[in-house]
Design a protein around this ligand. Structure first.
Ligand code: FAD
Length: 111
C-alpha cells in the first residue's frame, strides 16, 4: 500500500457526464504519482468545512502522473454540493487509500 496523506488538489474539470454521474478531474501530482485506478480517495466536497467529512470515491484513471479522474453519482447532500464546485477550486483529498471490491452479496469490501 503506497504512503497516504491529505493533498490539496486543483479542480481541473467537473462536468455532468450523463445518467446522473459527474466526472471530476483533480490535479494533485504527489497523489497521482502514487495512485492507480481502483484505489479510492476521501474527497472533501467543498472548499469550506461544511460538510466536515470527505466522501469516498474510486479513482477511475490517472492521467500524466499528475491528474486523477473520478466519476460520482449524485445521491445526497455531499455529492450535490460537489456538482457546484468549479474548475480552479482547491479541494482536500486524502489518499491513495485501499482498493475496494464488491462482494457477491453486493457489499463493498475493503482490504
Ligand atoms: C470505497 C468506496 C468507494 C466509492 N466510490 C464511488 C465512486 O467512484 N463513485 C460514486 O458515485 N460513488 C462512490 N462511492 C459511494 C459514495 O461515496 C457515496 O455515494 C457518497 O459518499 C454519498 O455522499 P452524499 O453526501 O451525496 O450522500 P449522503 O447524504 O451520505 O446520502 C444521501 C442518501 O443517499 C443514500 N446513498 C448514499 N450513497 C448511496 C449510493 N452509493 N447509492 C445509492 N444511495 C446512496 C443514503 O443512504 C442517503 O439516503 C464509494 C463508496 C465507497 C465506500
Amino acid at each position: 500500500m503506497p504512503p497516504t496523506r491529505v493533498h490539496q488538489a486543483l479542480v481541473v474539470e467537473n462536468r455532468d457526464a450523463g445518467k446522473g454521474y459527474f466526472r471530476i478531474v483533480l490535479r494533485a501530482p504527489a497523489l497521482a504519482g502514487r495512485a492507480r485506478p481502483g484505489h479510492f480517495v476521501m474527497l472533501r466536497v467543498s472548499e469550506n468545512l461544511d460538510p466536515l467529512l470527505g466522501r469516498p470515491f474510486g479513482i477511475a484513471a490517472v492521467r500524466s502522473r499528475r491528474d486523477i479522474e473520478l466519476y460520482y453519482r449524485v445521491v445526497g447532500r455531499g455529492t450535490s454540493l460537489l456538482t457546484q464546485v468549479r474548475a480552479g477550486a482547491s479541494l482536500a483529498v486524502h489518499g491513495p487509500l485501499g482498493i475496494f471490491s464488491v462482494h457477491p452479496t453486493g457489499r463493498l469490501q475493503l482490504p
